[in-house]
Design a protein around this ligand. Structure first.
Ligand SMILES: [Ca+2]
Ligand SMILES: [Ca+2]
Length: 242
């Protein structure tokens, strides 16, 4: 029985590790815009360190125009420039493999200036279409949304309306790529009246799901169970013979 207790404890340990071990998340990109342009507001800004721009977006430093960026200080991006519409897209592209999970995350708030504003976001593959599996968008404001798998060159989410007073909250797009590839992430607005949603704290991470090491632990655990059961059977046989 001692062998069995040891084995069950081992199994519990292995299963516990498999279920609770954080995925091997690697943050491959993050930008809070706070040091951009020396922390100074710039309308129709296109000098981002990590993003290209299309159309016009504004870099806004708290508390200019009555705007407070995420966390109560620092800078953020108004996606509807002077005027918009505008878009920012990561300069770098980020690679992934089929055993990994990709998450593109950012904080977004309403305009803080009395208008209902739209925005759109997504990812564009840099090396041709890929399978987007287990696509999920999580929002602090409105909960979680799951989407069907498909194979495409870009995964876009458009026409999202954010009320003026909607506070900064996280939005995360995650997907499990079916094949290796790479992508750039973007955020944009369709309106052009100088006032848009505010974006802050953009990040991208790539995590193995599950980690190969976790699978190895699971396989090792199953091996121990098999060995324990074989030893138990052998002991019973010996007792029966005695
Ligand atoms: Ca910021
Ligand atoms: Ca607008």
């Amino acid at each position: 029985m001692c062998i069995m207790r040891f084995s069950l404890a081992t199994i519990t340990l292995v299963m516990s590790c498999a279920l609770t071990s954080p995925a091997n998340a690697t943050v491959v990109f993050s930008d809070n815009f706070n040091s951009q342009n020396g922390g100074v507001t710039a309308l129709n800004y296109s000098g981002f360190s990590n993003f290209s721009t299309t159309g016009n977006v504004d870099l806004v430093a708290t508390p200019d125009f009555g705007i407070t960026c995420a966390g109560g200080s620092g800078s953020c991006v108004d996606l509807d420039g002077s005027p918009g519409p505008g878009e920012i897209q990561t300069l770098a592209s980020f690679s992934f493999n089929p055993w990994e999970r990709v998450s593109f995350s950012f904080d977004v708030s309403g305009s803080q200036r009395g208008t209902l504003e739209d925005f759109n976001f997504g990812v564009r593959t840099a090396g041709g279409p890929i399978a987007f599996n287990n696509v999920k968008v999580s929002t602090a404001a409105f909960g979680n949304f799951n989407f069907a798998n498909n194979v495409t060159s870009s995964r876009n989410f458009t026409g999202l309306g954010w009320a003026s007073g909607q506070p900064f909250g996280n939005v995360t797009l995650r997907f499990d790529p079916g094949t290796a590839g790479s992508f750039r992430a973007y955020l944009g607005s369709g309106s052009a009246d100088n006032i848009g949603v505010l974006i802050d704290n953009v990040s991208i991470d790539v995590a193995a799901v599950p980690e190969p090491a976790t699978w190895m632990m699971l396989l090792a655990g199953f091996g121990l169970v098999g060995a324990a059961l074989r030893r138990r059977g052998s002991a019973l046989t010996q007792r029966q013979l005695i």
